[in-house]
Structure formats: C-alpha cells, structure tokens
Design a protein around this ligand. Structure first.
Ligand code: SAM
Length: 247
C-alpha cells in the first residue's frame, strides 16, 4: 500500500550542497527523525525492525568526511543515516546503485557492508555512473574506504548494467538523471531492466521523490501500485525525499 511519512520541518531542513558534512540539527534529533522513518517502513512491512549500530554509522560518516572528494551532494545527514540504516537492517548481498556521481550516495548505501561502518558480509555492491570521469572519481573515493573490492563503481549506462547483471539484486538505489531529456524519468526503465531478478523482499530506493515528483510520476505510480510492488512509503523529511518500496 502507498503510504507517506512526513515530518513537519521537511521543507525547512535545508543543507548546503557544497558543505555536506556540516551538522544541520543536534544528533539526537537526527537519530529520532530517522528512527520514526524506519518505524513507518516496519509498519508498511518493508523492514523487519529498526535496529542498527549507531556507532558504526558515525564511523562510516567520519570515514566519508575524511576520505571522499565530494564537489557537491544533495544527500542530507538524515538521508545519509536512513540509507545506511536501511542497508544495515536489510543486509543486501547484492546491491546496485544507479547514477552515483562522485560516489557519496553509493557509499551511503554500501557503507553498511564495507569500511568502518560494515555490519555484515556483502557479496557485490556496485555503483553505476554513465560519465567516465565521474565514475573514475567515485571509484577512487570508494577504494579509499574499501580496499577489498566488494564495493566498486563501473562506468556504464544503468539500464544496460541492470540488464547484464545476472545474479539476484537485493537492493536497488535509483538516482540517475538520464539524458536526452529523460531526466529522472529514467528510474522506471532502470527498475524494469532488473525487476525480474529481484526476489520477494528486495528493496527499491528512489531519491528525489519530493523535488522531482513530477518527473517521477510514471515511476511513482508504478511502485505505488500493489500489483507491481507489495508496499511503498514516501519518506519526506528533507526537500529531496526518498520513495522506499518492497518487491
Ligand atoms: C545528479 S547525480 C546524483 C547526485 C546525488 N543525488 C547526490 O546528491 O550526490 C545523477 C548522476 O546520474 C548519472 N546518470 C545519468 N544517466 C545515467 C544512466 N543512464 N546510467 C548511469 N548513470 C547515469 C549522471 O551522470 C549523474 O552523475
């Protein structure tokens, strides 16, 4: 069933895109907001519980602040924590992130499986970025946190990469802004390219469910239709938003 989780301050919780490590609110308040968002995902049947290691989350955050080159990002501290927590709770063996730019969104997901925030053993955590220069920078960033190669970034079109990935996909994160006028409208194409290989219980995360809602209309209509995905929650706690759906 399609649901909404919304905080009263979602439109006032603003970050500086070029200063992503700056705190916007006290840590306890960030943790409480994300706990409430996670509870809404439990209520919708998307997650089994809301427990994750908060110290490891902070170790992950510190490593990204110390080691990543991030020219800009729209991932707020709340979103960074929510992405980490969803992955820490769902523990996807295979995760694909589509449209990762410098890798910050990718590592917000993959950081639960590699580096100082790791809390489970993942198999393949793959970021896909269509611009070779950006893919190279993202891969360079990721290597500083994960020397093992479990997490890696490939320069490719996410639709092709999804089609070509033959193993089960346990979590898909969507953030590609397409080309040829498609923009974020490409999300549905990427999902459809791999949905048949997503087992029941797999999670789909779509960034910009709020500020790109118009462009994402086809995607959002699709995932909110119970004949396609079992449940979907629009998490609105910052101006970008995240649609969280379960297969
Ligand atoms: C705007 S960025 C996402 C930034 C992210 N929301 C953040 O705050 O850090 C979207 C990225 O998707 C990439 N992209 C666009 N179309 C793509 C495709 N078909 N496959 C893979 N990446 C794609 C773009 O090159 C761009 O780097």
């Amino acid at each position: 069933m399609a649901e909404v989780f919304r905080t009263q301050d979602w439109d006032k919780y603003q970050m500086d895109y070029r200063n992503p490590h700056q705190a916007i609110e006290p840590l306890e308040s960030e943790v409480a907001v994300v706990d409430n968002a996670l509870r809404s995902l439990v209520d919708a049947g998307i997650l089994p519980h809301i427990d994750y290691d908060r110290e490891k989350m902070l170790a992950h955050r510190q490593a990204v602040a110390d080691l990543f080159e991030i020219p800009w990002t729209a991932i707020t501290p709340r979103m960074q924590r929510l992405l980490y927590a969803i992955n820490a709770i769902a523990k996807p063996a295979n995760m694909i992130a589509a449209g990762v730019f410098c890798g910050n969104t990718f590592i917000s997901n993959a950081g639960a499986g590699v580096g100082p925030g790791a809390c489970y053993q993942a198999k393949q955590l793959i970021g896909i970025e269509i611009k070779p220069d950006e893919a190279e920078r993202a891969e360079r960033n990721v290597r500083r946190i994960d020397p093992t190669g479990v997490a890696r970034v490939l320069a490719a079109d996410a639709v092709d990469a999804m089609r070509g990935f033959k193993d089960p996909i346990n979590l898909l994160y969507l953030d590609a802004d397409g080309d040829g006028g498609k923009g974020k409208g490409i999300y549905l194409e990427i999902l459809e390219a791999g949905l048949s290989r997503m087992p029941t219980g797999s999670i789909v995360l779509a960034h910009n469910s709020v500020n790109c809602a118009d462009r994402l209309k086809h995607y959002l209509d699709y995932v909110r239709d119970e004949s396609h995905l079992r449940a979907s929650v629009n998490v609105i706690f910052d101006p970008e938003g995240l649609e969280v759906s379960v297969v």
